[in-house]
Write a protein that binds this ligand. Structure first.
Ligand SMILES: Nc1ncnc2c1ncn2[C@@H]1O[C@H](COP(=O)(O)OP(=O)(O)OP(=O)(O)O)[C@@H](O)[C@H]1O
Ligand SMILES: [Mg+2]
Length: 230
């Protein structure tokens, strides 16, 4: 599904006139249905690695070979159109924080990926409703705007989007960090179901017990204090 080779991301800090290494020399392989847990202290580069895999950032070295229905694609070198295509069909990403569009009700935000996939509106909204309630979102919030939601409520909307239309590779950045125990339990059940469906996952989890038994391998990142003079 995914083969990552000697991946590296450095940031150039203009204000300080130097570079920081977010992570370096990262290599791993992931098959369908496998779960890779990213570990390491704050600032070790876990979120940066996920953002590079999603191509929010372009890596400064290395390759990201993604197996697609149309052959392998190196996301490290892919152009803008290929990246958008990969995000639409192959790679999903649960951010740490949802940044919702203003004036769009929660139900609509959650149902969006199903609407894009061409599902009839009625059915898409019904499925989004069911999942949001399963994750413990209060019913009176379904029609409210997520811009006014708490951190945990936003995270539920975010996860509903991902779970409603699972893509073959899923990137998870602390998706349960601000959830209550009931919601964490629902997320655990969903992650197990995704794994059984063959979804490959790379994730950072604040509560390791949320992924106990799910993890096939883990990768530990360390804080890099190597600085290069610019
Ligand atoms: N956009 C950016 N510009 C400059 N430096 C950045 C940027 N994003 C991350 N960094 C730096 O890269 C390093 C790794 O950050 P990252 O957010 O990936 O860590 P993390 O392992 O996810 O930490 P946490 O556990 O706190 O979420 C940090 O030193 C951070 O300051
Ligand atoms: Mg992080």
């Amino acid at each position: 599904m995914l083969e990552v080779w000697e991946l590296e991301k450095r940031f150039y800090l203009h204000r300080l006139g130097r570079e920081v290494v977010a992570f370096q020399g990262v290599s791993f392989r992931l098959k369908a249905g496998e779960f890779l847990l990213l570990e390491g202290p704050n600032g070790a580069g876990k979120s940066s690695l996920l953002k590079v895999l999603y191509r929010t950032y372009r890596p400064t070295a290395g390759a990201i070979w993604l197996q697609t229905g149309q052959g392998p694609l190196d996301l490290a070198q892919a152009g803008e159109r290929e990246v958008l295509w990969a995000r639409k069909h192959w790679v999903g990403y649960a951010r740490q924080f949802l940044d919702p569009r203003p004036r769009t009700p929660a139900l609509e935000v959650a149902a969006e990926p199903l609407l894009w996939a061409g599902l009839p509106r009625e059915e898409a909204l019904a499925r989004a409703r069911e999942l949001l309630l399963e994750l413990g979102l209060r019913e009176e919030l379904l029609e409210a705007f997520p811009t006014a939601f708490s951190g945990g409520e936003r995270q539920k909307v975010n996860l509903a989007r991902i779970f409603l239309r699972p893509l073959p590779l899923l990137l998870l950045d602390e998706p349960t960090a601000s959830l209550d125990p009931g919601a964490r339990k629902a997320v655990r059940a969903r992650l197990w179901a995704l794994k059984e469906q063959g979804v490959a996952m790379v994730g950072v989890f604040h509560h390791p017990e949320d992924v106990a038994g799910l993890v096939d391998r883990s990768l530990r990142l360390e804080v890099r204090d190597v600085a290069f003079r610019g």
